[in-house]
Design a protein around this ligand. Structure first.
Ligand code: TXA
Ligand code: MG
Length: 336
């Protein structure tokens, strides 16, 4: 299959492919998604095949307006408030479905489903022109970092999908916050750019599912149980900027090739002449560029270890640390 690149100008052709049951990757403010007509079971099944993803992992139903959600789910007043406040934007809302309104291939057999309206005009036009909501997992091969550019998508999906709608690099860089509104207490199942402090004024106290890979409890978002964002190199988290000299000395002493994934200040101070990828200047740029950095080191197979910068694990930092923690399999640098 030839994978065609579309732009906002040619979005109507991309919409026709979706209507024909083909897969088209779409841009969002978070990461690129892998789109298929959410009401076409055969199209949805192709998504799992293209990603190499276990089919028990439910998909997000991506919409172009909040009104569409009521066709598929029971929209509570609290959910309505969230949509009014944060949509279009990086918040995915889990709601009880109207029985029979969505196929098992979308819900993974659950009585709930995830909904999101992304903040991207090209994608909202794509959905409107296709005339149907689209399922939208991230457009990476299962286990790889989520794609934040059309080039990343092409790298993983060339020949596996019909098209990619290219709208440049993603602004946020990590996937949306997932909030479960189907139970008694709203629960954050995945941290993202919309954090607890932004949600609580709207819906009251929220619970946070601090699931870590390898923990024994069953995670509430099925996708959180798989090893994610795993680059070829071993990622080691350096908790504090002042630990970089010791971490670099340790890696040199081990004798293998290693790289540094950190903000400019750290690279300039400590990593001259070493393989490196810049996370820009602060937490916002670091979150935006994290997945691109992990993918960069995948293109340099000689690099066996990546020393990666940590940020404080709260607020927006929780989203960054959640993804970095998974890519590292929980490994932190510790001084002997
Ligand atoms: O930012 C995003 O959300 C991106 C862009 C493309 O929209 N999409 C994305 O989709 O990250 P995906 O499929 O990679 O992640 C969806 C997450 C998974 O962890 C999945 O298990 C969880 O949401 N999820 C979906 N439906 C659920 C449900 N009914 N109950 C609990 N978790 C659910
Ligand atoms: Mg994903």
């Amino acid at each position: 299959m030839k994978t065609t690149i579309f732009t906002h100008d040619t979005v109507a052709s991309a919409a026709k492919l979706l209507q024909a049951g083909e897969l088209v990757s779409f841009p969002t403010e978070t990461v690129y998604g892998l789109g298929a007509d959410a009401t076409n079971v055969d199209a949805v099944k192709k998504v799992y095949v293209a990603k190499g993803r276990p089919s028990d992992n439910p998909l997000i139903v991506t919409v172009a307006d909040p009104e569409t959600v009521a066709k598929f789910a029971q929209v509570t007043p609290a959910a309505e408030k969230l949509m009014a406040k944060f949509w279009p934007g990086p918040l995915t809302i889990i709601l009880p479905i109207i029985p029979g309104a969505l196929d098992m291939a979308v819900t993974g057999g659950l009585q709930t489903a995830a909904f999101r309206e992304p903040d991207n005009d090209a994608t909202r036009d794509l959905i409107r022109l296709a005339g149907t909501p689209i399922v939208g997992p991230s457009a990476n091969l299962s286990g790889k970092p989520s794609p934040t550019t059309a080039q990343h998508v092409l790298h993983d999906m060339d020949g596996r999908i019909a098209g990619i709608l290219d709208d440049g690099p993603c602004r946020v860089g990590v996937e949306s916050t997932v909030i479960d509104m189907s139970g008694d207490v709203p629960a954050i199942l995945r941290p993202g750019a919309v954090d607890e402090a932004m949600l609580e004024p709207i819906v009251g106290p929220v619970a946070t599912d601090k699931h870590k890979v390898g923990a024994k409890e069953t995670p509430k978002a099925p996708g959180m149980k798989y090893k994610h964002y795993a680059p070829e190199a071993q990622v080691i988290i350096v908790d504090h900027p002042e630990q970089f000299p010791a971490a670099i000395a340790w890696a040199k002493a081990q004798g293998y090739d290693f790289g540094v994934l950190a903000t400019d200040a750290i690279l300039t101070a400590h990593a001259q002449g070493l393989p490196q990828y810049s996370l820009g200047k602060d937490l916002t740029s670091a979150t935006r560029d994290l997945f691109a950095g992990l993918r960069y080191f995948d293109l340099h197979p000689d690099v066996l270890v990546v020393l990666a910068q940590a940020f404080a694990d709260d607020g927006f930092g929780a989203a960054y640390m959640n993804r970095l923690g998974k890519s590292a399999g929980g490994q932190h640098f510790t001084e002997a």
